[in-house]
Design a protein around this ligand. Structure first.
Ligand SMILES: Cc1ncc(COP(=O)(O)O)c(C=O)c1O
Length: 361
């Protein structure tokens, strides 16, 4: 098969076609280099230029202010669940966790292994359909940090505003909505994201960290688990994922060509609106997230029965719409429509939904 299908996978996810084409073009030989990016030293001038461009691309897109460092690490967002408490949760302190879905719970689980935690809000009662309002947040003013998940990939629940946490450092897992909309980085002490949804392939984790946080890190941590190691060595302490960083650089250039984050946000809003409109147009489909917390990236919905959901996902795959089965923990259907997901794919899904309801409703 050489035709591309519509890939609704939650991650690793669809990449921009021009990025894949350029990578194919340069697979055997980077221009003027005669080798693939995967075959050159991470300490070569060529790779230094690539990692520098990847960083400046991200800085430009996200408007990252002075006083923040950008790191390209490995171990996925999952390793950040541990590195954050290991570096910042001092023995005498406690950290606040806001739980709006499955990934926040996983982050909390790791923090608990390291120190004291406070669940500042747990949206379990709402079945993780919304984010807490300001007066539902039970924040500890002395907390080491507050951790949120800006977009819960499994439930399809997204924060639409930056929570006000006073002077406590705000830490955000932005794995599934980074670069999907403009963000005021200055409101955050640390933002992290696995690359495999909006930024590139799996195997690279972006960490944006405010420099003053580095002073809080205790001495004696294992070298690879200490953020200062990666800051001091510009993400080149050990061999980084050179291929992943190369693709991430190309993806940033592509996002810029789409009008940057403002342009991306407009396109994302338009795609999501079409899909949510199709869900709301009938009782056959039922959206999972509360309307005000609906994710622009992961659109989650139910059908009248699990049998129909299974049939829907199977028939959709046969029709060239792949990856729609919801996460095993919540069931239902999940359409992930990240930055690189084409508007025609959303159109195709809306048509498929209408036809499926007509024959099964
Ligand atoms: C919001 C969120 N956080 C963390 C993770 C875990 O990322 P990784 O597999 O890179 O460790 C994911 C993966 O899907 C995610 O969506």
């Amino acid at each position: 098969m050489t035709e591309r299908i519509f890939n609704f996978s939650a991650g690793p996810a669809v990449l921009p076609v021009p990025v894949l084409e350029q990578a194919r073009e340069e697979m055997l030989s980077l221009p003027g280099v005669g080798m693939s990016v995967m075959e050159i030293s991470h300490r070569s001038k060529t790779f230094q230029a690539i990692i520098d461009r990847a960083e400046s691309g991200l800085r430009e897109l996200l408007g990252i202010p002075e006083g923040y460092r950008v790191l390209f690490l490995q171990g996925g967002a999952s390793l950040q669940f541990s590195m954050i408490p290991i570096n910042f949760l001092a023995p005498v302190a406690s950290a606040d966790y806001v739980l709006t879905g499955s990934w926040g719970k996983k982050a909390l689980k790791e923090a608990k292994k390291h120190g004291a935690t406070n669940v500042a809000a747990d949206m379990a009662d709402s079945h993780y359909t919304r984010v807490p309002s300001a007066d539902e947040l039970n924040l500890d003013p002395g907390a080491a940090y507050v951790h949120i998940t800006s977009n819960e990939t499994i439930e399809g629940v997204e924060w639409k505003h930056d929570p006000d946490v006073g002077g406590v450092p705000l830490v955000c897992d932005a794995s599934s909505n980074i670069c999907s909309r403009p963000v005021d980085v200055s409101k955050y002490a640390l933002i992290y994201a696995g690359a495999q949804k909006n930024l590139g392939p799996s195997g690279v984790t972006v960490v944006i960290i405010r420099e003053d946080l580095l002073e809080r890190i205790p001495d004696g941590l294992h070298t690879m688990l200490d953020y200062r190691t990666h800051v001091q060595n510009n993400s080149l302490y050990n061999t980084p994922n050179t291929w992943g960083i190369y693709i991430l650089d190309l993806v940033c250039q592509w996002v810029k060509s789409q009008g940057g984050l403002e342009g991306m946000h407009r396109l994302n809003q338009e795609k999501a609106r079409k899909l949510y409109d199709a869900i709301d147009a009938t009782d056959f489909y039922r959206g999972h997230a509360a309307p005000e917390a609906r994710s622009l990236m992961n659109v989650t919905f139910r059908l009248p029965s699990e049998e129909l959901e299974k049939k829907f996902a199977t028939e959709a795959t046969a029709a060239g719409l792949d990856g729609l089965k919801g996460h095993r923990s919540v069931g239902g259907i999940r359409a992930s429509i990240y930055n690189a997901f084409p508007a025609e794919g959303v159109e195709a899904l809306v048509q498929f939904m209408k036809e499926f309801e007509r024959t099964n409703g």
